[in-house]
Write a protein that binds this ligand. Structure first.
Ligand SMILES: C[S@@+](CC[C@H](N)C(=O)[O-])C[C@H]1O[C@@H](n2cnc3c(N)ncnc32)[C@H](O)[C@@H]1O
Length: 410
């Protein structure tokens, strides 16, 4: 393969994870919340929509952004045996992006015309949420930098009937919190412009976060600001649970494997199956992300040696084979992790309902392992009688101690 091959495309890896996760989750969200015959309508609100679809530098159409992904799902739902209507609302501040969203929305056939709001999400988000009435709603809050103020998020939660399916996926920008938090230890002191920036974060998080950040932040120690930001993010999620009754699951988004996460895609939810489905969607998204990161690394090598034939490592076939081998190894490790976690949980209780024990079952592999790993682990344990028989409806499954169960099993 020549070094300047166009085999690798250029979508930024972190956007890949975000978009694959969104697409993989929105579809099951729509079908799971509209399974009753009386509920054929579901809503998606993209509060910081962007252009809808990206363009390559040469102006040719690029990859789907979140609105385009949602519209694709709306079109699929419309043609299902039992059609469902996905109502989409896109809020965007930038005129040219609104024009691009308008063009995108008029190009497809949907059961309900997408609504495009040109304006500030702060002003329009809650009113958009109210439009969904009692129908299920998934909102996506994906700003650049810090997120929607907590006060607005709360108004949105409160605008929904208590028993309606409501989920909000927030792209929580750890990098911004780390950068702003580090101002607390600025050698210029906390005053003037720094204090104003800090106050913006106070208002945004709507909670006392400064002491917490200071407790964990060690100036000059690499990664410590991000670690402190992650503690703050966890405290924020605890606050939402306490005040609003929404649980949450945060999936880290990194630039490379050994990096700290820059973002956390955080799902706020109440639905009992949400955690299971979201973790499984993250598993598939992370797989796609790893592929893109490897491709990007190969492309980087190609750019560095533009006039050379690439070494065999970067031959397309070999590249794909190596990736497949790596993926198989990872998959084995995750199945082993899930297997060990199931046995550990069964030591404490005779049976383990799966969908309400997602975090315990995945353990350190949360967001990386998926339903397929639970299947394999359960099948292997059942085959030697350590657990009850495998049930292929995993999400509704309950794993119990089997006839050969022993607490010493590993
Ligand atoms: C990270 S991009 C969104 C990307 C998009 N969600 C996607 O995944 O394809 C953030 C977008 O929010 C828009 N934006 C920034 N502040 C906004 C605000 N206050 N209200 C509405 N849109 C805003 C920006 O113009 C930008 O298009």
């Amino acid at each position: 393969m020549r070094a300047n091959s166009t085999f690798f495309n250029s979508k930024r890896e972190m956007a890949v994870l975000k978009h694959v996760l969104l697409g993989n989750y929105l579809m099951p969200f729509c079908t799971m919340t509209t399974s009753a015959p009386a509920a054929p309508s579901v809503w998606y609100i993209d509060a910081y929509a962007g252009p809808g679809r990206y363009q390559h530098d040469d102006g040719s159409p690029g990859e789907d952004g979140s609105p385009s992904i949602a519209l694709g799902i709306a079109a699929r739902l419309a043609t299902m045996e039992r059609p469902r209507t996905l109502h989409c609302i896109f809020i965007e501040q930038k005129r040219i992006y609104v024009d691009s969203l308008t063009a995108l929305s008029s190009a497809g056939t949907f059961l309900a015309a997408p609504e495009i709001i040109h304006g500030d999400a702060h002003d329009h988000f809650v009113a958009a949420v109210q439009k969904s009435g009692r129908d299920p709603l998934l909102a996506f809050v994906d700003p650049f930098g810090t997120a929607l103020p907590y006060a607005i998020l709360r108004d949105a939660f409160n605008a929904r009937p208590a028993n309606a399916s409501t989920e909000i996926l927030v792209n929580f920008h750890l990098g911004s919190i780390a950068r702003i938090g580090a101002l607390l230890e600025s050698r210029h002191g906390v005053r003037g412009q720094n204090e104003k920036t800090l106050q913006r974060l106070d208002a945004l998080l709507g909670m006392k976060w400064r002491e917490l950040f200071r407790d964990y932040y060690r100036p000059g120690v690499e990664g410590s600001a991000t670690e402190a930001a992650m503690i703050v993010a966890q405290a924020f999620r605890d606050e939402v649970l306490k005040n609003d009754g929404f649980k949450s699951l945060a999936i880290g988004v990194r630039k490379a494997n050994d990096h700290y996460p820059r973002f956390q895609l955080t799902l706020f939810y109440r639905h009992p199956s949400a955690e299971y489905k979201f973790a499984d969607a993250a598993h598939a998204a992370n797989r796609e992300w790893r592929r893109r990161v490897s491709e990007d690394e190969a492309r980087h090598q190609a750019d560095r040696y533009p006039d050379m034939l690439l070494p065999p490592d970067f031959d397309e076939r070999q590249f794909a084979d190596q990736l497949e081998r790596d993926e198989r190894d990872l998959d084995k490790n995750w199945t082993a992790e899930v297997r060990a976690n199931i046995l550990r949980e069964l030591r404490g209780a005779p049976s383990l309902p799966i969908s309400s024990n997602v975090r315990a079952i995945y353990g350190a592999a949360l967001g990386l392992a998926g339903e397929s790993n639970i299947r394999k682990a359960w099948q292997a344990l059942a085959a030697v009688g350590l657990t009850s028989d495998y049930n292929k409806n995993v999400i509704r499954g309950v794993i119990a101690r089997g006839p050969n169960w022993t607490p010493n099993a590993t």
